[in-house]
Design a protein around this ligand. Structure first.
Ligand code: IMO
Ligand code: MG
Length: 426
């Protein structure tokens, strides 16, 4: 199923493309799965044997008992979320012993990061980002300010406690003086860490070295992207982005492996477009069709439960994501949700100040007027589709149009949520 030894799976839109299901699918054929950026802002849903798991920080392949899961140095970690996530897997009967590896360089998200994230959004007048309020921005800020505390610091608990107490002091001052909220006590958090320290220590390693050695041995590794290309800190719709780099090119720098170790990149995108949180969205549908997609697609954020905004498939975005990430192959998800509409459109480029534009331009995103192509709507019972040739003519027309307009080959089409419902073209 996977020819190359290292395959990166990248979101080509604004996140929530269905990466979890795709990563889980490929992990059956892999030896390891690496999360390389982000933190508990991600919500990757995996459905198997009538069970459902939402991965936030752990790599989505861990339901496969043979697989090793790595959290690389580009990730940030909320220890409380991590502990809960691991408990959840155990409760589902999944044995994770000696299967989870966390880089000692990962920075930690503390209660004050979450509080600052929340308060800052509440008080903002102009640019509200609509963050997940998981403390992502404030934690990465500390990392780049070089005042962050890393998971590896747990090795020396008295130094860790000292550093953390200092940080609580500084952040409480900020919370009280700027945000006018009561201070947070460090006691219960430190107790939690103390109680679970041995367990966390058992997960810590040098992921850069481990992954390098696995790849050298010829093991197959999946690199799991979180969020999506348009949420990338540099190449997304800034400032409506996340605080990490989500694109394929950043994998080597965030994992700590040579860049030529990434052999293949695939883009994952929904058969329509969604976005959760604020920011520009050229093909957004605020009408009945948007509502239909939101309801039928159960488009609620897997992390925050917020309603996702929905709109038509946008080729300009995929062209941009293709160029930035270098993928040639696409996996299209949730095709079934488009079934039953009496209108079907794809945006093929934009008009900006009277000129035609092919590729999405983040800087102009609020001013891009999509050019739509009308396609024949379809109404297919996807339960009966077992191979690519079973797709109705109109569905094939939709897929062929995407291939033609984006210059990407569709590798597979995913239907619904279940692990086995994915149709490969070849
Ligand atoms: P997965 O991995 C969709 C969005 C938030 C907000 C912006 C910044 O499941 O695709 P943050 O909390 O990161 O500072 O929020 O990014 N966002 C996501 N949207 N899917 C995600 O992850 C997201 N992670 C963050 O809604 O607009
Ligand atoms: Mg998600």
């Amino acid at each position: 199923m996977i020819k190359s030894n290292s395959l990166a799976i990248i979101g080509a839109q604004w996140g929530d493309e269905g990466k979890g299901k795709i990563v889980d699918f490929f992990c059956k054929y892999a030896d390891g799965c690496v999360r390389f950026q982000g933190g508990p802002n991600a919500g990757h849903t995996v459905v198997f044997d009538d069970k459902r798991v939402i991965f936030h920080q752990l790599p989505s392949g861990l339901t496969h008992s043979h697989l090793k899961g790595y959290i690389a140095s580009g990730c940030i970690i909320d220890l409380e979320v991590l502990k809960n996530e691991i408990e959840e897997l155990k409760n589902l009967g999944i044995d994770i012993k000696n299967r989870i590896f966390v880089d000692y360089r990962c920075h930690l998200i503390f209660p004050f990061h979450k509080e600052i994230d929340k308060k800052r959004e509440e008080l903002k007048k102009g640019v509200k980002i609509g963050t997940t309020q998981k403390g992502i921005g404030p934690c990465y800020e500390d990392k780049y300010q070089r005042i962050g505390i890393r998971i590896g610091d747990l090795k020396d608990f008295s130094l860790f406690s000292e550093k953390l107490k200092q940080e609580f002091l500084r952040k409480n001052y900020l919370l009280m003086e700027i945000y006018e909220v009561p201070p947070i006590s460090e006691k219960s958090y430190l107790n939690f860490v103390k109680e679970n320290r041995e367990f966390f220590l058992s997960l810590i390693t040098d992921v850069s070295k481990e992954v390098y050695e696995e790849l050298k041995k010829g093991k197959k590794i999946i690199f799991e992207g979180a969020q999506g290309t348009l949420l990338d800190i540099n190449f997304g719709t800034y400032p409506y982005v996340t605080s990490s780099s989500t694109i394929a090119g950043s994998i080597s720098g965030q994992v700590g492996i040579p860049f030529n170790f990434i052999e293949e990149v695939i883009g994952v995108c929904k058969a329509y477009t969604t976005r959760v949180g604020e920011g520009p969205f050229p093909t957004e549908l605020t009408n009945e069709i948007g509502k239909y997609l939101q309801e039928k697609g159960k488009e609620f954020g897997a992390t925050t439960g917020r309603k996702r905004r929905c709109g038509w498939f946008d080729c300009g975005i995929i062209r941009y994501a293709k160029r930035i990430n270098g993928f040639e192959k696409l996996i299209i998800t949730k095709i079934d949700i488009l079934s039953g509409l009496n209108e079907l459109k794809i945006a093929n480029g934009y008009i900006y100040e009277g000129n035609e534009i092919d590729e999405f331009i983040p800087e102009l995103a609020y001013h891009l007027e999509p050019k739509y192509l009308e396609l024949k709507p379809f109404n297919q019972d996807f339960n009966k589709v077992k191979s690519y040739k079973d797709f109705d003519e109109e569905v094939l027309e939709f897929l062929n149009t995407i291939e033609r307009l984006t210059g990407c080959e569709i590798w597979a089409v995913s239907i619904g949520e279940k692990r086995e419902d994915i149709i490969f073209k070849y």
